[in-house]
Design a binder for this molecule. Sequence first.
Ligand SMILES: [Zn+2]
Ligand SMILES: [Zn+2]
Ligand SMILES: [Zn+2]
Length: 335
Amino acid sequence: MTSSRPQVRTNLEVSELAKVLEVNLQQGQELRPQRSLGIGVYYDVGGLKLPESKMYLLADVGILKVTGHVAFPSCPICGTLDLAVDVRCPNCLGTDLAKVDLVIHYECHYSDDISRFRTEHGELVCPACSRSLKTVGIDYGRPGIGYSCNACNNKFQFPVYKMTCRNEHVMRLDELALIRVPIFKYTASPPVGRYELLAIIARELEKRLPNASVEQFVSRKGVLSSKEYLIPLLVEGAKERIAVTVIDEEVTAFEQLTIVMEMALDLGARFLVLMPESIERSLRASISSRTGSQLQSLEGIFSPRMLKVLTHRSTDPSAAALEVLPKVEREARES
Ligand SMILES: [Zn+2]
Ligand SMILES: [Zn+2]
Ligand SMILES: [Zn+2]
């Protein structure tokens, strides 16, 4: 089905991005949005600038979690973050301003830069009324840094701020829009190889089964519980559908298997579970020791109509995919 092509491409992208994150980030590391002119919002991962859209792809599969947000001012008309600030005279809106260290003579209300009051002997004398300034706070004030307009000679503390965006929309400070973007945390609990293995299998199945629909990371509601499940790979043939998942972490293998069983039952779907041989072996040993019986195969604990385990020897995703593909394809063709 041609409609699922972009989906598979997206998931190949996810596995590639996931690898970039795995190489560059520590577990739990925070990724804060940054912005740059021309690019907009991005996230720095080992020097690579990832846009927001890519981060959402990774958040969808649980590699990233949203831990908070940051707001950036943007143009309310076109949405760009590329903004330039202008300061203008509140009196004439002129832009020919100079920064001054303001002195205000209270008696005559004259104000100017301190250099205009300072005599050659170092005292302060008002250039407007020639009275000398003695005590700050009593006969003169020092409000700090202000501005002087070279067009109308106005002296002031607070200029008018005007923002101009890249597309030349002009706005006041209070007219700026805010865009809220997430802060992410890297939570790479599922090993990255899993996505790569599934992405390769998805791509191959698409080629080999042109009449089936092949989709990754499909959300489906349980029939019994109406709980939402994320199916890593779903192949829908003419008669039946097959879900494909991976169990690849020794320490959580038993819990993962329990979740797959629950999903299979609740969704009423058959699951193919891909796992390394070593994990299948230790899983069987651990179940045997719990139940006190020898297990010939994992399917032995429930219906093979519901779950089938396909093992592979290789730890490399491409090689592992080659090992299991013929079996996955056969199962999918029979469905
Ligand atoms: Zn604009
Ligand atoms: Zn004066
Ligand atoms: Zn002015």
